[in-house]
Design a protein. Structure first.
Length: 267
């Protein structure tokens, strides 16, 4: 169940342990095994192929689509495109971009707007904007496109960096966080400083109805920042025990990184 409307961001870290336990005890029976299988296949596939881009070029696209199906992305208006079409979309992304972004994980030490890829000359904000726009395009991941297709694909590709924004669960929790407290990490005073561009609209629009059109690449990068801010506040509230202590909030095999743990906490 999403967190209640008007929840202060500072209250979210204290909710995580109970929410994660509840997720694992209920719907986790359906979602945790395919996720763990995907992470294992991803890690072994990348190790064998030599890089994330090489794995995706060989058979990683099929693994991504399999997980998207397990996460209910092939029904109603979110019908997945044919495998060959999706493979073509992934192949259009420069390996230097895929491999670099794959090497990044929350928490970031600097804002995406200031994190530079030496191989391409673009910032992380630039890369996330391009990738998000590609995957949100109708006919790229799903026939209809949109923020759910883009964010779930981004999470499959970069599970330790990218959050998933759905329309019924975690996405509603992002919207329900009190907008006055929905603030960037690293003590950055404005979202423009984190994102690297003005946010058109609000940083956490509704993922339903007309509000779903408000989810653009800027809102996605803001959600990345809110994930890091929740992590920072959890660390501060618990005496800064380190990332391994945070990851221990979810002992489920296969769970990896800050975004997946917070996704369960916001479900």
């Amino acid at each position: 169940m999403p967190i209640p409307p008007g929840t202060k961001l500072a209250a979210v870290p204290g909710m995580l342990a109970a929410k994660i336990a509840g997720y694992n005890a209920t719907i986790g029976a359906a979602y945790n095994p395919p996720y763990a299988g995907y992470i294992a296949a991803r890690n072994s596939g990348i190790a064998a192929a030599g890089s994330p881009s090489a794995w995706l070029a060989q058979n990683g696209a099929g693994a991504v689509q399999t997980l998207l199906v397990a996460f209910r992305m092939n029904s109603q208006n979110s019908k997945l495109v044919h495998h060959a079409a999706f493979q073509g979309v992934l192949s259009s992304v420069t390996p230097a971009v895929l491999n670099w972004v794959d090497g990044l994980a929350l928490p970031l030490q600097v804002a995406p707007s200031n994190l530079l890829n030496a191989a391409t000359g673009e910032t992380l904000s630039d890369a996330l904007r391009r990738l998000y726009d590609i995957f949100a395009t109708p006919g790229s991941v799903t026939e209809s496109g949109g923020h759910v297709a883009a964010s779930k694909t981004m999470h499959c590709l970069f599970p330790e960096l990218a959050p998933m924004i759905d329309g019924k669960h975690a996405g509603i929790s992002y919207f329900n966080i009190d907008r006055q407290t929905y603030a960037p990490p690293l003590a950055i005073p404005t979202w423009e400083g984190w994102v690297g561009a003005p946010i058109n609209g609000v940083p956490n629009p509704s993922p339903r109805g007309a509000g779903r059109t408000g989810w653009k690449w800027q809102q996605f990068v803001a959600a990345v920042g809110v994930n890091q801010r929740i992590y920072e506040m959890w660390q501060s509230a618990n005496g800064n025990p380190g990332i391994q202590a945070f990851l221990a909030l979810d002992p489920t095999p296969g769970t990896t990184g800050i975004p997946r743990i917070i996704d369960k906490g916001l479900w």
